[in-house]
Design a protein around this ligand. Structure first.
Ligand SMILES: [Zn+2]
Length: 272
């Protein structure tokens, strides 16, 4: 502190990032987590940051550019590389992915939802392509904020990343947050965005995808109703649908997914 200076003024001088910056998510550099990298890249042009061939989210925080990297659940532990292209040229940035031991979860569902018929398998493969198209988007402007409330009030499980065993058979890990709420409870988009796609999916049921900008895409699944259409602009808090249990669900809940640079990340890191 500078002697004789009023406390409030001293804080402004010491912490310019807090007055000008964006709310960043909690950092947790583990599979399914987020790594925050301050890019020592001066200038007004936003650096291009590549993570596994996918453009990463970059935002201004005070006077610096900051990359917010999604780490895939499938990422190996140890060294991981992103490539930044900025005013100073091409730069490789290395960071460490730490271990996180995700627990295992056993669930019982209808047999036809685990061992799929040929027709269902073909449908699921088509849907994967469509989901991938939604997640690949990278648009402007940037997200309003990288901290956001839950899309629906209610207790949420901490089951992100859990290895899942359906009827005794291993399947993909859980890639979102499940929030329990009665069927029909309104689901509100937590920050502004544009509806990318809506549809009825085999596992996810009635689903809405929202693009929040710069590669941050959110997904809302198992809805009993969908109230929005592709292309629609949404302000924060707009109702997009209602909680349900369509698709593969054992009870009414919202599955909330958040994707950064094409990687599902733990929504808990983005809560206020
Ligand atoms: Zn879920």
């Amino acid at each position: 502190m500078i002697r004789g200076m009023p406390v409030s003024l001293a804080l402004i001088i010491v912490c310019p990032a807090f007055t000008l910056g964006m709310d960043l998510p909690h950092e947790n550099a583990v599979p399914g987590g987020v790594k925050i990298i301050r890019l020592d890249s001066a200038g007004s042009a936003m650096p291009y940051v590549d993570s596994d061939g996918h453009r990463a989210l970059v935002v201004e925080d005070g006077s610096t550019w900051v990359a917010v990297i999604g780490i895939p659940l499938s990422a190996p532990l140890g060294k991981r590389l992103v490539i930044a292209h900025g005013a100073g040229g091409r730069r490789e940035i290395e960071f460490l992915v730490g271990d996180k031991r995700y627990a295992s979860q056993s669930l019982k569902v209808a047999p036809a939802q685990v061992n799929l018929s040929a027709a269902d398998l073909a449908r699921v493969n088509e849907e994967k392509i469509r989901i991938d198209q939604a997640l690949r988007r990278w648009t402007e402007p940037p997200p309003d904020s990288l901290r956001m409330p839950q899309p629906v009030a209610g207790p949420h499980s901490s089951s992100f990343g859990m290895r899942r065993v359906f009827n005794g058979e291993s399947r993909n890990p859980h890639s979102g947050m499940d929030i329990a709420a009665p069927s029909g409870t309104p689901v509100l988009v937590p920050i502004a965005g544009t509806v990318v796609d809506t549809g009825e999916y085999f596992f996810n049921g009635n689903t809405v995808f929202v693009d929040h900008g710069r590669g941050l895409i959110s997904m809302y699944c198992h809805l009993s109703a969908v109230d929005v259409q592709p292309g629609q602009r949404l302000t924060a808090g707009t109702r997009i649908g209602a909680v349900g249990m369509t698709g593969r669900a054992t009870g009414p809940h919202l599955h909330w997914g958040l994707s950064l640079n094409r990687a599902w990340v733990d929504p808990e890191l983005f809560l206020p």
